[in-house]
Every structure is written in C-alpha cells, then in structure tokens.
Design a protein around this ligand. Sequence first.
Ligand SMILES: [Zn+2]
Length: 110
Amino acid sequence: MRIKYVEHSKLTEMKNDNKCWEEWFGCEIFKRHWCKDEICQNQLITQDAAIFYNSYEKTDPTWGYFHIWLADEQEVYDGEAEDIGEVMSLHSYGINYCPLCGERLNESSA
Ligand SMILES: [Zn+2]
C-alpha cells in the first residue's frame, strides 16, 4: 500500500517567499538560488529545501543549503506533532556550489 502524499499547506509560501525561511532559521536572506534546470528546481521543492545567500547576526553573508521538516497530517495523526506545519527539524549548512545543479555560487554572489 502506498502512503498518500499530502501536499504541505506551507508549500506555496516556501516556494515563493523567503520570509517564512527567515523566521524558521532566524537569519537574514538576501538572495535565493534558483536552478536553471527545472528538474533540479523540483528536487529542491520536494526535499523541502532552498538555497539562500544569507547571514546570521550580521556576519558576512554566505551561501547555504536549508532544509526543513514540517509536520503534515501523518505526523499529527501519529501523535508526533500537535499541528500541521509544526517544525519537526531544521538544518542548514554552508555550500560553495549548488548540490543539485552544480552552479558555483560564490561567483554569482559578487
Ligand atoms: Zn542549482
């Protein structure tokens, strides 16, 4: 039996807006990397991930890969979360190249 795919209620926001990412991660976002390749772009979205040129606490901005896991119906049903959209985990790490399309990011940030 296949698990039903539940489209996340925040998906549109996550795709189109940087503000929700700033709130989740407590950082300032200056730029977002969009892969030119649509397949790479869709991969990022299905991973609930985004790539940002960002800064924490006014330090020099760097490129980072951001990943968030938000609770969906299944997690609420399983009792792992109280509400849909609750942050289950989040992490980010610094990158020099896009892990999906391979574009060198530091050059394009100048
Ligand atoms: Zn890319």
